[in-house]
Design a protein around this ligand. Structure first.
Ligand code: KIV
Length: 272
């Protein structure tokens, strides 16, 4: 499709649904800070996710579990200040919505009130459908997330692809349908076979956004640090590296160190 996603002003749930209808693919990336968010937004990205991957990428944890509501809100406030066009979606952190429908409802409201984000994202399917319904009925857009859901890593036991056997594939499809019925406006499909992602994408009227789910999704998302080559220790096959930011940073930092040591920096022009 030749229509540029930049033709649309502020991205809303309606924009993304229109994209699906017109077969315009949705581009999405993560951000946890003001500068990155501003760069993504100015580059024309459609969706910026303040992912709970900030637990791994920003905080250095092994899993997404430790990040808290207060931390998600702190980072999202910085992100939304840098964004004019993209839709900002916030991950609800582990244990902020699993305990009860009311807890999910209250915490989603807190995120929307305090951050200026456009939507929240929850992991899970049928088992969180009641919460999704209550949150969306209050006017808060919800993005779902099925397949490999990292908050359940201790139940899965590994980060391997999900939905490879028939039973699990059927359950993932049911989960996606349950989220749509509950009012979700879009669903992330993580690390599932591309044929299953195609089936889900065709079965739903709301857009699917894939990560490790193949080309048939309505859009794609990656963790920005992974695709820019900032995180050099993580090379799953679904990540395409578009830059080598860590190498460039290292080169720049080494030059600075050399210049400081040899007194080439600062010069007279750089002094007062
Ligand atoms: O937390 C995150 O960054 C995510 C994406 C990888 C989909 O959930």
């Amino acid at each position: 499709m030749s229509v540029s996603s930049k033709e649309f002003r502020k991205v809303t749930t309606k924009t993304l649904q229109l994209f699906k209808k017109k077969d315009i693919k949705i581009s999405a990336l993560t951000a946890y800070d003001f500068i990155t968010a501003a760069i993504l937004d100015k580059s024309g990205i459609d969706v910026i996710l303040v992912g709970d991957s900030l637990s791994n990428v920003f905080q250095g944890n092994d899993t997404t579990l430790p990040v808290t509501m207060d931390e998600m809100i702190y980072h999202t406030k910085a992100v939304t200040k840098g964004v004019e066009r993209a839709m900002v979606v916030v991950d609800m952190p582990f244990m902020s919505y699993q305990t009860s429908v009311n807890e999910a409802f209250r915490n989603s409201g807190r995120i929307m009130k305090e951050t200026h984000a456009g939507a929240v994202k929850l992991e899970g399917g049928e088992r969180i459908a009641e919460s999704v319904m209550k949150i969306t009925e209050a006017g808060i857009p919800v993005m779902g997330h099925v397949g490999l859901t990292p908050q359940s890593i201790h139940q899965f036991g590994s980060y391997k692809a999900r939905g490879k056997d028939d039973d699990e594939a059927i359950q993932i499809l049911k989960d996606a349908k349950a989220l749509e019925e509950a009012g979700a406006f879009a669903i992330v499909l993580e690390k599932i076979p591309h044929r299953l992602a195609k089936k889900i994408t065709e079965a739903l009227t709301i857009p699917t956004i894939g990560i490790g789910a193949g080309v048939y999704c309505d859009g794609q998302i990656l963790v920005t640090a992974d695709m820019l080559g900032l995180n050099t220790d993580f090379h799953p096959r679904f990540v395409r590296q578009y830059s080598d930011v860590a190498d460039r940073m290292t080169t720049g930092i080494k030059s600075y160190i050399d210049d400081v040591k040899s007194q080439k920096f600062p010069t007279e022009e750089e002094s007062y």
